[in-house]
Design a protein around this ligand. Structure first.
Ligand code: Z5A
Ligand code: MG
Length: 211
């Protein structure tokens, strides 16, 4: 076994449609890793605590409107403003479990009709996840999980388009997880995959860049 400070932390991202279970799974995964002695922090994007995050939050709650391209770049900038901190944490040996990342960024904007390659461009150079756990569920089933709130994208027809775009974003780090199972069964799969990647990163796996 490697010592606690032997290598870098892993960048683990959870993605999926609204109500696919990302936030529940992220919280449980972070607690589990902690019990295993893995230094870990749970993050989320958008990070609504920053100045840019507050603009995003006000857009999502329909208090303000913004041009589709402008809000896209704002979501991306909200990741860039965290880039150096992300890299520093990983280097220190801290594993980051992140609720949504560039994949959501591209899928939601492309679902509005923006070109996929244009959407991907501002993400180029961000730290690439070592593992993307995509919680796979139909838009209908996700919608059935309890009332969508009043946020901008919480509509069935739009979520269906988002799912189509997510499918175009599968990369080497991507793992599909059947998100129609029970919370516990999903967590079991996620723990296994996460422990594997934490060990790989700890023993020297290189941090890559998007995309
Ligand atoms: N967005 C964007 O456009 N561009 C970007 O770059 C980024 C995001 C990063 C806000 O995201 C919006 O921003 C989002 C995408 C866009 N808009 N949409 N849609 P957010 O992360 O703040 O959204 P959220 O509201 O926190 O998360 P969520 O997607 O609604 O839900 P979730 O985290 O995936 O699911 P959950 O909260 O864990 O669970 C939802 C419910 O289902 C809850 O009652 C659970 O108890 C239940 N649940 C969970 N798992 C199960 C299973 N397995 N079985 C049964 N029931 C379950
Ligand atoms: Mg959530």
């Amino acid at each position: 076994g490697a010592g606690a400070n032997a290598g870098r932390g892993a960048l683990i991202v959870l993605e999926g449609l609204d109500r696919s279970g990302k936030s529940s799974q992220c919280a449980q995964l972070a607690s589990f890793l902690e019990t295993q002695g893995v230094p870990v922090e749970a993050w989320r994007f958008p990070d609504r605590t920053t100045a840019m995050g507050q603009m995003i939050s006000s857009y999502l709650s329909c208090q303000t409107s913004l041009d589709d391209a402008a809000i896209h770049l704002l979501f991306s900038a909200n990741r860039w403003e965290k880039r150096s901190l992300m890299e520093a944490k990983l280097k220190e040996g801290i594993t980051l479990v992140i609720d949504r990342y560039s994949y959501s960024g591209v899928a939601f904007s492309a679902a509005k009709g923006l070109a996929l390659d244009w959407c991907k461009a501002p993400e180029v150079g961000l730290p690439a996840p070592d593992l993307v756990l995509y919680l796979d569920i139909s838009a209908e089933m996700a919608a059935g999980r309890g009332g969508y709130g009043g946020e901008r994208y919480e509509k069935l027809e739009f979520q269906k388009k988002v799912k189509q775009k997510f499918k175009l974003l599968k990369d080497a780090a991507w793992q599909n997880v059947d998100a129609t199972q029970s919370i516990d069964s999903i967590q079991t799969v996620i723990r296994e995959e996460s422990i594997k990647i934490v060990n790989e990163c700890n023993s020297g796996r290189q941090l890559m860049q998007m995309w």
